[in-house]
Write a protein that binds this ligand. Structure first.
Ligand code: ADP
Ligand code: MG
Length: 211
């Protein structure tokens, strides 16, 4: 990985690590979704990211960061299903469009990707912050990346801040009542459980950060 910016190969490596992280956490994501949904989120994500990994592996040249993210988007849309498939697909597609043509992502580029992804999820799912959805991870992630990048932070520093904010946002879904998605059918019974999509968002972002 280059020091200050992520090129197409770096983004592809991030997505390959995301596939491994999702696989490692499949049962944890399933358990979260079993508590307040239908118990398929781990399987949905694993199916999607296994397909992403093999698609990216089959390409000799990853191309630009936007090209990689577009492959991720189209693969997730066609393989994940459920509510999260179109939402993640839209996130990666809008994020890809926001950074079209960039050879590599610096801090600001990374922040632009995350902001467009967060807005894409919101436009598609109509959830606000605090509705106990993946928006509660994407939005703080975008904000944290923007803050870090505007202070001169590198892509990796912006992504680290984003991943930390997403984990915090996911944890903060626990006391909430859900306003969107399957968990909204549970009313107050959703209280005390973390939103699975917010958790998977945090995992995907932290996969880009080597610790
Ligand atoms: P399904 O709910 O169809 O079984 P998944 O289990 O794969 O799909 O994904 C559930 C996750 O999708 C939730 O935890 C939540 O984060 C996210 N989600 C559901 N509806 C919305 C929405 N309208 N806006 C944003 N995120 C949503
Ligand atoms: Mg589900």
């Amino acid at each position: 990985m280059s020091e200050n910016a992520l090129d197409g190969a770096d983004v592809a490596a991030w997505m390959q690590r995301a596939a491994r992280v999702v696989a490692e956490h499949e049962s944890a994501l399933t358990a979260l979704d079993r508590a307040i949904g239908d118990g398929d989120h781990g399987a949905n994500m694993q199916r999607g990211f296994t397909a992403v990994a093999s698609k990216l592996e089959s390409e000799s040249d990853p191309g630009l960061p936007a090209d990689v993210l577009k492959v991720v988007a189209t693969t997730l849309i066609s393989t994940v299903g459920g509510a999260s498939g179109p939402l993640y697909g839209t996130a990666f597609l809008k994020g890809s469009i926001a950074i079209a043509g960039q050879e590599s992502l610096d801090g600001l580029g990374l922040a632009a990707f995350l902001r467009a992804a967060a807005e894409g999820v919101q436009a598609r799912g109509k959830a606000e912050r605090g509705d106990k959805t993946m928006v509660d991870a994407w939005l703080p992630a975008a904000e944290a990346a923007e803050l870090t990048a505007s202070d001169g932070g590198t892509a990796l520093e912006a992504l680290t801040a984003a991943a930390d904010a997403a984990h915090k946002g996911a944890a903060e879904t626990e006391p909430l009542v859900a306003k969107k998605g399957r968990a909204s059918y549970l009313g107050e019974r959703a209280i005390g459980h973390r939103d699975p999509g917010a958790e998977s968002t945090a995992l995907l972002l932290s996969a880009g950060v080597q610790r």
